[in-house]
Design a protein around this ligand. Structure first.
Ligand SMILES: Nc1ncnc2c1ncn2[C@@H]1O[C@H](COP(=O)(O)OP(=O)(O)OP(=O)(O)O)[C@@H](O)[C@H]1O
Length: 257
């Protein structure tokens, strides 16, 4: 009998990553990040620009293979999978919503929303049915037969959300999903995403530097310079600024932490 690997993830973590390292053409993106995400949890990866949130999200979702470390989805080791298997995993079990909707302009709205199902080989009829149901739930059913060009930015982002939800994924990854939206649109998208996730038991991992977006999460994992913020090396002491500047600097630090 083959002994289970020593590093197998805890049972209640749907995603689990250990000691991830990744560099972009030699410059460090992730430096030893570990994180576990529980079933049904909404987790926010927070931190300033360039702190490694997107790189971590892409490693967790199988888009990037870490140079070192492990990523597990349930009991499946994602870090040892080949490109094709990771592609299938992403298509069948994961949903993705990025800062731009990235809809195909030549396809109708429902076809855009149905893409993961159509690519997985679902019948045209069942894919259309599922896509239209999600578009209705997200209050954009009326646009199903239009092209994306007829929709505004917030409506397009909701189509992207329908596409992320259409295969009822185990995990949705959101990379700054509210970035292109105004305040009211942002709140609506977040409410829609969290309601859909809670009602369908979908786990959500959000990368964001927006406080309002992070506030919907059950838990936050702050990153800094590609590391968990708590373990990032402290910045060198600046040479003694005037008292007023020190106060301002401290306020800026506490906002970005
Ligand atoms: N394709 C790339 N080529 C080179 N360096 C990259 C690339 N992508 C990311 N990096 C670098 O890796 C580090 C982490 O970037 P990453 O995009 O993961 O951070 P982030 O926290 O998501 O930032 P942002 O909010 O700006 O997207 C940064 O220093 C960034 O400049």
């Amino acid at each position: 009998m083959v002994a289970p690997p020593e590093t197998a993830p805890p049972d209640n973590d749907v995603l689990w990553a250990r000691s991830l390292h990744y560099s972009h053409s030699g410059s460090p993106g992730l430096v030893g990040v570990s994180v576990g995400v529980r079933q049904g949890e909404i987790l926010a990866l927070t931190g300033p620009r360039g702190s490694g949130k997107t790189t971590l999200l892409r490693c967790l979702s199988g888009q990037l293979r870490p140079e070192q470390g492990e990523v597990w989805f349930n009991s499946v080791p994602v870090h040892t999978m080949g490109a094709l298997a990771r592609e299938r995993l992403r298509r069948d079990r994961f949903g993705w919503i990025g800062p731009e909707p990235q809809l195909l302009p030549e396809l109708k709205v429902w076809e855009n929303a149905a893409l993961p199902l159509l690519l997985a080989g679902a019948s045209h009829r069942s894919a259309k049915h599922a896509a239209c149901e999600w578009l209705e739930r997200l209050d954009i059913g009326a646009f199903a037969r239009k092209r994306p060009g007829a929709l505004n930015r917030a409506e397009c982002q909701r189509v992207a959300l329908a596409r992320a939800l259409v295969n009822e994924p185990a995990v949705i990854f959101g990379d700054e999903p509210t970035a292109p939206l105004h305040r009211a649109e942002r709140a609506l998208l977040l409410r829609t995403l969290t309601t859909a996730a809670r009602s369908h038991g979908i786990t959500v991992v959000l990368a964001t530097h927006d406080e309002e977006t992070a506030a919907v999460a059950d838990r936050r994992v702050p990153l800094l310079d590609g590391r968990p913020a708590a373990t990032a090396p402290a910045a060198p002491e600046p040479p003694g600024p005037p008292a007023a500047e020190t106060t301002e600097g401290q306020a800026a630090c506490s906002l970005s932490a």
